[in-house]
Write a protein that binds this ligand. Structure first.
Ligand SMILES: Nc1ncnc2c1ncn2[C@@H]1O[C@H](COP(=O)(O)OP(=O)(O)OP(=O)(O)O)[C@@H](O)[C@H]1O
Length: 500
């Protein structure tokens, strides 16, 4: 008897059939991957199982009984836990308080703290229940999300792209925990775009395409290439990177320093590097080591406390983001909802947000709506963004499709310099390959490109030179031919400083 069986589940949004007669079955002690391109319907399926969204038709069987799951609280009462891609913790509350909010009322915080310690020890997920969430690293926050599910002894745990924010070591730890949970008889549904992870961790995989199940198999006989074929219908290509002919220095950063705004921020100290026309410089590092602050300084959202930035030899200090955008400095921030796009605005309006000047979407103070719509349409087309059209609100797009739209919006402006953080975050393998190739082509056509990413493979695919940020400091930037993944991996824990 499967623990969860989903039969002919359908979810129709007004203009999209997000799930079309989906069948899925997950047994106790099984890790089951759900794989599919951006917009294939994975999140929608999970939201129905977790009671966030109601199905249009179809049936969910829980331990062979048909159930109507109408809220997450009801799902949890059945024994279903879910760890979302975007965390839902309150920063100003402690770990124990955040956990209490998640559970039925009536537990004392002291008793809960004891339970949290027990669970965290049992699963090798150390966390202090009295710490405030704002004080925790991203990896620790995820631990809290997992622990507060595990404390309820779930029979089914849903994990939505859990490793996109984790370091390689933290991924290994997470996998150990998930294997332990599986050994204890829990069923796990695991959503990821990372094919090697699916092969390493999962027992079976169900593949979705355009809302329909297109395949189901055991992972044992599969390879990353065969999984990709099942998902996108053909092989995906590795990016082609011609040799750079690096030109003049476009952006030169000299001894840039910034004091952290609060106790939890990162201070930047004396960062120096240059970025030349025609090349891609990659910055590796675990997020939270000052990358966000560096991006804000380069984009002109924040001014440095010391040091300067030069644009083709001319100082940019004191110049804000609007003027920098007009010059051709385009920027893809790491958080796509919030800084990257406004959720309730349409894709047309989101185009105007950053492309108004460069793409001529405003004239004499008036919006040129038709032109903006055409611009948004071009973005949708260039990256095959799955959406009903430029009028759609940003929030209606699946995570990966919104990321594709934001990338396209900046690329369509023909930037002179592009600063790009986590370019393929949440994007499926086919689209990720397309984005990486676009970055290389953009650089070779004369743009200077800075790519900040946590994915070493991605950086080695696209970069001509590479460095690492750690604790607000920047390592030397080395030509890609003079370094390797091992060295950059070591530098990610600050080790270049010792070597120096
Ligand atoms: N609230 C909504 N209103 C309208 N359409 C929606 C809504 N939520 C999702 N969709 C659409 O349903 C389809 C499936 O989206 P879903 O988020 O399930 O995809 P996904 O497989 O999880 O994608 P990703 O890998 O990018 O996260 C998409 O076309 C999406 O635009």
């Amino acid at each position: 008897m499967p623990r969860l069986r989903v039969q002919s589940l359908t979810k129709a949004y007004p203009s999209v059939l997000a799930n079309d007669q989906v069948n899925l079955s997950v047994g106790a002690g099984e890790i089951h991957a759900v794989l599919g391109e951006n917009g294939a319907g994975k999140s929608t399926l999970m939201k129905m199982i977790y009671g966030v969204t109601a199905p249009t038709s179809g049936t969910i069987y829980w331990e062979d009984q048909p159930v109507d799951i109408t809220s997450p609280a009801q799902a949890r009462a059945l024994g279903i836990g879910m760890v979302f891609q975007h965390f839902s913790l309150f920063e100003t509350l402690t770990v124990a308080e955040n956990t209490a909010l998640f559970l039925p009322p009536g537990q004392s915080l002291d008793a809960l703290s004891i339970k949290i310690r027990e669970v965290s020890e049992h699963y090798g997920l150390p966390i202090d229940p009295n710490r405030h969430v704002f004080d925790l690293s991203v990896g620790e926050r995820q631990r809290v999300e997992i622990i507060r599910c595990l404390i309820q002894k779930p029979k089914l745990l849903i994990m939505d792209e859990p490793t996109s924010v984790l370091t390689p070591a933290a991924v290994d730890r997470l996998f150990e925990t998930l294997r332990q949970i599986r050994a204890e008889g829990c069923a796990i549904v695991y959503i990821s775009h990372k094919l090697d992870e699916i092969l390493a961790l999962c027992d079976r995989v169900t593949v979705l395409r355009d809302g329909r199940v297109t395949g189901e198999c055991v992972t044992e006989d599969q390879t990353p290439a065969s999984l990709a074929r099942m998902m996108i219908g053909h092989d995906f290509e590795h990016p082609f990177k011609p040799e750079p002919t690096a030109g003049e220095v476009a952006l030169s950063v000299n001894n840039l320093s910034l004091k952290a705004v609060d106790a939890h921020g990162v201070s930047l100290s004396e960062l120096s590097f240059s970025l030349k026309v025609g090349e891609i410089v990659g910055i590796a590092g675990i997020s939270g080591n000052g990358q966000r602050e560096l991006c804000s300084l380069l984009a002109g959202e924040v001014m440095p406390d010391a040091g300067d930035i030069h644009w083709f030899g001319q100082s940019l200090v004191g110049e804000g983001s609007t003027r920098r955008r007009q010059r051709g400095l385009c920027y893809v921030p790491e958080d796509r909802l919030g800084t990257g796009a406004l959720a309730d605005m349409s894709l047309t309006e989101n185009s105007i947000l950053t492309a108004a000047d460069r793409a001529g979407l405003v004239s004499a103070g008036f919006l040129k709506l038709e032109k903006a719509r055409a611009f948004a349409d071009r973005c949708i087309k260039s990256f095959q963004v799955k959406t009903v059209g430029a009028r759609a609100a940003a929030r209606s797009l699946s995570g990966g499709n919104l990321q594709k739209f934001i990338m396209a919006r900046e690329l369509e402006q023909s930037p002179t310099v592009l600063i790009c953080a986590q370019p393929t975050w949440g994007v499926d393998v086919g689209a990720a390959a397309q984005i990486r190739q676009s970055l290389i082509d953009l650089a070779r056509s004369g743009c200077a490109v800075l790519v900040i990413s946590e994915e070493l493979d991605e950086l080695f695919d696209v970069s001509d030179r590479i460095g690492v940020m750690f604790n607000g400091k920047l390592s030397p930037i080395e030509p890609i031919s003079r370094t390797n993944r091992e060295q950059i991996g070591l530098w990610m824990s600050g080790l270049w400083q010792k070597a120096a």
